[in-house]
Design a protein around this ligand. Structure first.
Ligand code: KG4
Length: 339
C-alpha cells in the first residue's frame, strides 16, 4: 500500500503545502507574501494574517494538483519550528485539526532537517541523484549558517555554525546599506554576475574550528562604504555591480574555506548545500569548482527547494512516518530550536 504524506510549511512568510507519495513529489504549492516588500523585512503580524488567508486554498490546490483526495492521505507532516511563532501556529493548528478530522497520524518536522532532506525528494522522469550517508551539508539561509554531518535521515551533527549573523542575514544587511530592495540576496546575486569580484576587499573572520562569523564582514562593508561615500557621494551607484560581486565573493570564500576544512577533517567527498542562500550563483559555481578540484560529489538543490517549501517537510515526514515516529496533538510549536 502506498504512503501519501501531506506536508505543511508556514514558518516565515511562505505558505506552502505539498503531497509526496512513496517519496515521489506529486505537488508543491507555495504562496509568497509580497506584503513585506515595502517594509524591508518580514512583519510577523502581517505574515500570520496572510498565512490564515492562504492555508486552506494552498492545501486544496496541493491536493488537487496531486490528484489525491484527503481520505487517501496516510499522515499530515508540519513544520514545528524554528520560525515566527504566529506564522508557525497557523500551520501547526491547521495540521492538527486536519489530521484529527481524518483520524490519521501527525508528524512534526524540524524546518532545518527539512532543508537538509530536500535532497531526497524524488520526481518522475528525473535522475533523482541523492547523497550517500555520511555526507556534509552546508545549510545557509537568512537565519542559519551551519556545516552538518548527516549520518542518516534522523542522525545529524552540527560540526560548525555561525557565532553571530547568518550568511543570508549579512548579505541582506549589506544590500540594505546600499539602498537595494528586500530581500537583498537575489538582488546582490543578479548584480554580482556583471561585476568584478576582486574590485574590493572586505575583512574575513579568523575563527578557530569550523564555526562561522559574518558580523565583521557586515561592519567592514559598512565602514568602507562610509569612507568611499565621503569622497564620492555617487560611489554606490558608480560601483554597484563591483560592490555586489566583491561582497558575494567574500561570503562564498568564507563559507567554502570552512566547508573544505570539514571535508578534509572528516574525509568526506559527498557534499550538499541547502537553504535560501544555496540559490546563489556564486556559491553554486564554487561548489562546481570544488567538485572538479577535490573530487567532491556535490548536491545542489533545484531553485524551488532552496527557499521555504512544504515538499521538504513532506519528505522528512515521509521518513519519520516509515519509522512510526508520530507526535501527539498537544505538541506545541517552537520558535527556536537546533537540529
Ligand atoms: O532559507 P530561506 O528562504 O529563509 C530562512 O532564512 O529560513 O533563506 C532566505 C535567505 C535570505 O537572506 C535571502 O536574501 C537569501 O536567502 N537568498 C539569497 C539568494 N536567494 C535567497 N542569497 C544569495 N543569493 C541568492 N540568489
Amino acid at each position: 500500500m502506498s504512503t501519501i504524506i501531506l506536508g505543511i510549511e508556514s514558518s516565515c512568510d511562505d505558505t506552502s503545502a505539498s503531497v509526496i507519495k512513496d517519496g515521489f513529489l506529486l505537488s508543491n504549492v507555495v504562496s509568497n507574501q509580497s506584503v513585506h516588500e515595502s517594509y524591508g523585512g518580514v512583519v510577523p503580524e502581517l505574515a500570520s494574517r496572510a498565512h490564515q488567508q492562504n492555508i486552506v486554498p494552498v492545501v486544496n490546490e496541493a491536493l488537487k494538483k496531486a490528484g489525491v483526495t484527503k481520505e487517501e492521505l496516510s499522515a499530515v507532516a508540519f513544520t514545528r519550528g524554528p520560525g515566527l511563532m504566529g506564522s508557525l501556529l497557523v500551520g501547526v493548528s491547521f495540521a492538527k485539526g486536519f489530521a484529527r478530522s481524518l483520524n490519521i497520524p501527525l508528524v512534526d518536522v524540524n524546518h532545518l532537517t527539512g532543508h537538509v532532506l530536500a535532497h531526497f525528494i524524488k520526481e518522475e522522469n528525473e535522475d533523482n541523484k541523492q547523497p550517500e550517508f555520511p555526507f556534509l551539508c552546508l545549510l545557509v539561509s537568512g537565519g542559519n549558517s551551519q556545516i552538518i554531518l548527516v549520518k542518516s535521515y534522523d542522525d545529524m551533527e552540527i560540526l560548525g555554525q555561525t557565532i553571530d549573523d547568518a550568511a543570508g542575514e549579512a548579505i541582506d544587511k549589506c544590500s540594505k546599506v546600499m539602498g537595494l530592495g528586500y530581500p537583498g540576496g537575489p538582488i546582490i546575486d543578479k548584480l554580482a554576475r556583471q561585476g568584478n569580484p576582486k574590485a574590493f576587499t572586505f575583512s574575513k573572520p579568523h575563527i578557530p574550528g569550523l564555526n562561522y562569523s559574518f558580523s565583521g564582514l557586515k561592519t567592514s562593508f559598512l565602514y568602507s562604504l562610509r569612507d568611499w561615500l565621503k569622497d564620492d557621494p555617487n560611489f554606490i551607484e558608480n560601483n554597484k555591480v563591483d560592490l555586489a560581486a566583491s561582497l558575494e565573493a567574500t561570503v562564498v570564500d568564507i563559507l567554502m574555506d570552512k566547508l573544505r576544512k570539514a571535508a578534509k577533517q572528516y574525509n568526506i567527498k559527498e557534499v550538499a548545500v541547502a537553504g535560501g542562500v544555496s540559490a546563489n550563483n556564486g556559491l553554486r559555481n564554487a561548489f562546481k569548482e570544488h567538485a572538479a578540484k577535490y573530487g567532491w560529489n556535490i548536491y545542489i538543490p533545484k531553485f524551488g527547494y532552496t527557499t521555504d517549501n512544504a515538499a521538504m517537510i513532506a519528505i522528512t515526514g515521509y521518513f519519520k512516518y516509515l519509522n512510526n515516529d508520530f507526535c501527539s496533538i498537544d505538541l506545541p510549536a517552537y520558535s527556536r530550536v537546533s537540529l
